[in-house]
Ligand binder design. Structure first.
Ligand SMILES: C[S@@+](CC[C@H](N)C(=O)[O-])C[C@H]1O[C@@H](n2cnc3c(N)ncnc32)[C@H](O)[C@@H]1O
Length: 367
C-alpha cells in the first residue's frame, strides 16, 4: 500500500465523514488547548515578528483544524492588546496528504472568517492568509525559516508506510492474526514497527528543522504508550478488536483469510523514552515540555451523542480514519459488515474493561 497516495480521512460532511466523526480527537485536543495557547503567547511575546508562519500538519478535513486556528488567532490578538502592539499578520499553512478533502475546509472558510471578525474590531485583528500544502510531513513542505509555530494533533502516530520487515521473502506476513502490534506478535514485528517510527520521526524533525526559525515551537499531540511494553491496552485494544472483527468476517466467508493475514496498519504509539530519544538523536530541537493526558472514561460515557452507544461512536470514528486503506486492500463491500461487527464487539468489551487511551503532548523548541 502506498500510504501517501491512498490514506485519507473520509471527506465531505455525510454521516460517515471525518467531519462528523472526529469528536473524540476534538475532546483530546480541547483537554490540552491551554498548552497551545500558552506556547503561542510565550513565542509571540518573545519575538513579535511582523508576519507569523503557522502550520497545522495532518489538518484533515473536519472542523478541528478551524478550531485550532481560532485558538491561535485569539491568543495572538489578546497578546498584542496586552503588549500594546499592532497584531502581526498570520500565515496559516494547512498540510495533509494529497488525497485529503481540502475543499471541505475551504468551503467552510467564508463563514468561519466572518465569525472570527464578528466580535473583533477589524482594525485591531490580525490579518489572516491561508493556504493548503499537500504532501507528507515526513519530507520538506515549506520554505526555509518560514514557520514560527507548528501544530499537529493525532497525526504523528501514522507511519509513512507499513514496515517492509513485516513480510518474509515470499511476501507473507510474520505478524499473522494481528493487524498491528498485539499480544501474540513476534518480537521482530514490534522491532519492525519501532524501526519505521524511528526513521519517520527523524525525517519529520529534520525537515521541520529547516523550516522552523530558531526559537520557534512545535506542539505535537499524538497517541502513545505508558511504558516499554509494546502492547498498551489504551491503544492496542482498538486494533485487537478490529482484528477480531476481521476474523468474524473470515468465519462467515465474507473475506479471505490470506487477505486479512497480509493487512497491517501503519500505526505506532511510541513511549516517552522513544520520543525523547528521537528528539535527542536528531538534535535540532529541545523538549520544552512532555506530558501525558489520559482520556476521562466517565466523561466519555456520560456524553450523549445522538443516543449512540460508545462502541458505535468509536467504530464510526475508526471507520472515518481507516475506510480509505481498508477499501484499498479489501474493496469497499466489506465496510458495513466489518464496522457493524466492530461496534458490537467494542460495546461488549468496553462494558467489561474500560479503555483509557494515552495522549502525549510534546512542546519542542528549535535550537
Ligand atoms: C486522525 S486525523 C487528525 C486530524 C486533525 N488534526 C484532528 O485532530 O482532528 C490524522 C491526519 O493525519 C494525516 N496524515 C497522516 N500521515 C500523514 C503524513 N505523512 N503527512 C501529512 N498528513 C498525514 C491523515 O491524512 C489525517 O488527515
Amino acid at each position: 500500500m502506498d500510504v501517501e497516495k491512498v490514506f485519507h480521512m473520509t471527506g465531505g460532511i455525510g454521516s460517515t465523514s471525518y467531519a462528523k466523526n472526529s469528536s473524540l480527537q476534538k475532546k483530546g485536543s480541547d483537554r490540552v488547548k491551554h498548552i497551545i495557547i500558552e506556547t503561542v503567547k510565550e513565542l509571540y511575546q518573545a519575538s513579535t515578528p511582523e508576519s507569523l508562519g503557522i502550520a497545522d500538519l495532518g489538518c484533515s478535513c473536519g472542523p478541528n483544524t478551524l478550531s485550532t486556528i481560532r485558538d491561535i488567532f485569539e491568543a495572538i490578538q489578546n497578546t498584542s492588546q496586552e503588549i500594546h502592539r499592532p497584531a502581526s499578520e498570520l500565515r496559516f499553512y494547512l498540510n495533509d496528504l494529497p488525497t485529503n478533502d481540502f475543499n471541505s475546509i475551504f468551503r467552510a472558510l467564508p463563514d468561519f472568517l466572518r465569525s472570527l471578525w464578528h466580535d473583533t474590531e477589524r482594525g485591531s485583528s490580525p490579518s489572516i492568509f491561508m493556504g493548503a500544502y499537500p504532501g507528507s510531513f515526513y519530507g520538506r513542505l515549506f520554505p526555509n525559516n518560514s514557520l514560527h509555530f507548528v501544530h499537529s494533533s493525532y497525526s504523528l502516530h501514522w507511519l509513512s508506510r507499513v514496515p517492509p520487515e513485516l513480510y518474509d521473502e515470499e511476501g507473507k506476513s510474520i505478524n499473522k492474526g494481528c493487524i498491528s502490534i498485539c499480544e501474540s506478535s513476534p518480537e521482530e514485528a514490534a522491532r519492525a514497527y519501532y524501526k519505521q517510527f524511528g526513521e519517520d520521526f527523524w525525517k519529520f524533525l529534520r525537515s521541520r528543522s529547516e523550516e522552523v526559525v530558531v526559537g520557534g515551537r512545535m506542539v505535537l499531540i499524538f497517541l502513545g504508550r505508558r511504558g516499554a511494553e509494546h502492547v498498551d491496552r489504551g491503544n492496542s485494544f482498538f486494533w485487537e478488536i478490529l482484528s477480531r472483527s476481521f476474523a468474524v468476517l473470515v468465519s462467515k466467508g465474507e473475506v479471505e483469510e490470506e487477505k486479512v493475514d497480509s493487512y497491517e496498519v501503519p500505526f505506532y504509539a511510541p513511549s516517552r523514552e522513544e520520543i525523547e530519544d528521537g528528539v535527542g538523536r536528531e538534535g535540532s530541537f529541545e523538549v520544552e515540555r512532555l506530558f501525558t493526558c489520559i482520556s476521562d472514561e466517565a466523561a466519555e460515557e456520560a456524553a450523549d451523542e445522538g443516543g449512540m452507544s460508545r462502541g458505535k461512536r468509536v467504530a464510526m470514528a475508526v471507520r472515518a480514519i481507516q475506510e480509505s486503506i481498508i477499501s484499498d486492500h479489501f474493496g469497499d463491500s466489506i465496510l458495513e459488515s466489518l464496522f457493524h461487527t466492530y461496534a458490537t464487539l467494542l460495546d461488549q468489551q468496553i462494558a467489561l474493561h474500560p479503555i483509557r487511551p494515552l495522549t502525549f503532548v510534546t512542546v519542542l523548541r528549535k535550537l
